[in-house]
Structure formats: structure tokens, C-alpha cells
Design a protein around this ligand. Structure first.
Ligand SMILES: [Zn+2]
Ligand SMILES: [Zn+2]
Length: 321
């Protein structure tokens, strides 16, 4: 494909973002519920990506605000069939207890009567067990008072400790692959979802990683994390340098996208480092220009509630009201 036709595709996608009209739903679509990082900002909630495929709803990470975003989309919380954790950094799991407990209470968005199922690396079961203990008084009083089914607040962990298929149902296959998020930050995984010859890859938190590139071979849609920091801020602080060393820079992501060659690459989990007023956030546009050094294919900087429909091509629209 020439770079001119790629540019046209990107332009068409960009135009679609300004429309809030509802596009027909596909049988394989991906929605960014949160595109932020640990910073509690209101325009980008914590990392969470919803994959709706063949009538299943799979949620990858549960950052702050994921529950609000699901309800914003009129999706009952009980309809989440499975949660998949990439790793245990707080920004990826701090919405977990909210989704678990709020999905059980009596209003329309709650009423879960089956266990809350979570897939993740070793450590997932311990976290869920301790979560049950931490909130046991809530469980104890609500069961008799609100006549809630006890099994709806049970948790069920599915742990893994190596690359491979972790979930398979009705033609939907989820594969986990290890990513390099830092020497001290293990385990850390990314995920690939395959259905009917189509696929999405979710990077999780990672540095430039050959294992991710291999696992993403032939993927239609790549949802990737990125860190943006000005040279001045980077030079100013060892702590900033340590954070940046755990993530992928736009130039590196450009190499990843170029090697994979997806129908669409999307940035999420925007690690936008700053230390105001001396070091303000680098302009968001520089994410694109710095990626373009190594990649000239279709690329979008994700926003909360952007949805991508994976069909013969990948189309995008915004569901933000
Ligand atoms: Zn992390
Ligand atoms: Zn993170």
C-alpha cells in the first residue's frame, strides 16, 4: 500500500471520531474504556480495554473508572464474562473491587449471580482471595439485607505462568504472552484475541519486546502502550528515567508497528510525564510525529470510549457522548 492511500485511511478514520452517531456493531469490536496511567485524571481513566466478540465481553485490565465507562455504555456489569489482568501494577487493577462489588448489587447494572471470573498471572488468586477478605463485611451484610445470591460475589481465578492459550470459548481464543516491563516487574503479560480469522493484540505494559512482535504476527489491530516525555524532563530526574525505562517510546512503538504491519495501530495507556510548571507535558501531537520516524501505516492516539470494529478492515468511532 502506498503511503498516500495509508494517509487517506487515517484521514477517514480521524473524521469518524468527531461523529458520536452510533455505527452498526460488529461481531468483533474493541473499546478503550480507559487510556490513562496512574495519574487520576478525569479525561483519561485507568487502563481498561473491552473486547466484545461473538457475544462475549472480555475485559483486559480494570483501571480506575472502568465500571463507570461500562455503565456509560449501558453495559450491565454482570455481562462481563471474563476479566484478564496483564500485571499487578495498581493502575491496572484498582478498579477491580469496584467492578466486582458493584456488579452484584440490585440495580439494573448489577445482579450478577455467577462467580466473578478473572484470568491472570500467578498472584491473581491471592489478590482475589484477599479482596474477598477485605470486603467480607460488605458481603456479610448485603446477602441477608438485599437478598443477594452468595455465588454472585464469589471469585474464580484462572492463573497461568507461561505463554499460551488461556481461554477458549465458541471460537474465541485468548492467548497470553510475556512482555518485558522491567527487571523487578514480573510477571507481566500481553494478550491476543483471535476469532474467525481476525485478531487484536493488547500490549499490556512493556518495553520494546521481540516476544510481543512475534505474538502479534498477522494481527489486524494492535493496541499498544506508550510513554511520552520531553528530553528536558528526562534529563532532570532519575525517577523519571526509571519510569520511562519500563515503557515504550513512540520511536520504538513505530518499529513495533512497522514490523507487525497491522490494519490499525492504536495508542492507549498514555504515560504522559510532566513536572509542572518547569516541565509541562509534551504536546500530544509529538506522539504521532515521533512514531512516524519509523512507521507510516494507520495510527490513532486512543481516547476513552473509542471503539474499533474488526472486519475486513478496521473502522473506528467514538462512543463518548
Ligand atoms: Zn505497569
Ligand atoms: Zn501501567
Amino acid at each position: 500500500m502506498s503511503s498516500i492511500s495509508k494517509f487517506l485511511i487515517l484521514s477517514a478514520l480521524s473524521a469518524a471520531f468527531f461523529s458520536t452517531s452510533v455505527v452498526a456493531q460488529g461481531d468483533f469490536q474493541v473499546t478503550l474504556l480507559g487510556t490513562g496511567d496512574p495519574i487520576p485524571r478525569v479525561d483519561r481513566f485507568g487502563p481498561a480495554t473491552l473486547v466484545e466478540v461473538n457475544n462475549q465481553k472480555l475485559l483486559f485490565d480494570v483501571g480506575r473508572g472502568a465500571t463507570q465507562r461500562l455503565v456509560q455504555l449501558n453495559i450491565p456489569l454482570r455481562d462481563v464474562d471474563g476479566v484478564f489482568l496483564t500485571h499487578f501494577h495498581s493502575d491496572h487493577v484498582n478498579g477491580l473491587a469496584d467492578l466486582w462489588m458493584t456488579g452484584w448489587i440490585p440495580p439494573w447494572f448489577g445482579r450478577r449471580s455467577e462467580p466473578f471470573e478473572v484470568w491472570g498471572p500467578v498472584g491473581t488468586k491471592a489478590m482475589l482471595d484477599h479482596m474477598e477478605i477485605a470486603f467480607s463485611e460488605n458481603t456479610r451484610v448485603r446477602i441477608p439485607d438485599e437478598l443477594l445470591p452468595p455465588e454472585g460475589i464469589d471469585t474464580l481465578a484462572h492463573e497461568f505462568d507461561e505463554d499460551g492459550v488461556v481461554f477458549e470459548k465458541d471460537g474465541v481464543v485468548v492467548t497470553a504472552f510475556a512482555v518485558e516491563h522491567g527487571e523487578l516487574i514480573k510477571p507481566s503479560y500481553g494478550y491476543r484475541v483471535d476469532y474467525d480469522g481476525r485478531s487484536v493484540v493488547i500490549s499490556g505494559d512493556t518495553t520494546f519486546d521481540e516476544n510481543l512482535i512475534a505474538a502479534a504476527e498477522g494481527a489486524d489491530l494492535v493496541i499498544h502502550e506508550v510513554a511520552l516525555v520531553s528530553d528536558e524532563l528526562l534529563a532532570s530526574s532519575e525517577q523519571i528515567r526509571r519510569i520511562v525505562a519500563h515503557h515504550t517510546l513512540p520511536e520504538e512503538a513505530g518499529i513495533v508497528f512497522d514490523r507487525i504491519g497491522p490494519k490499525l495501530a492504536v495508542y492507549t495507556h498514555l504515560v504522559l510525564l510532566s513536572n509542572p510548571p518547569e516541565f509541562p507535558e509534551a504536546p500530544l501531537a509529538s506522539l504521532l510525529t515521533r512514531t512516524r520516524v519509523n512507521y507510516d501505516g494507520p495510527l490513532i492516539v486512543g481516547e476513552d470510549l473509542m471503539t474499533f470494529i474488526i472486519d475486513d478492515s478496521v473502522t473506528a468511532y467514538s462512543r463518548m457522548p
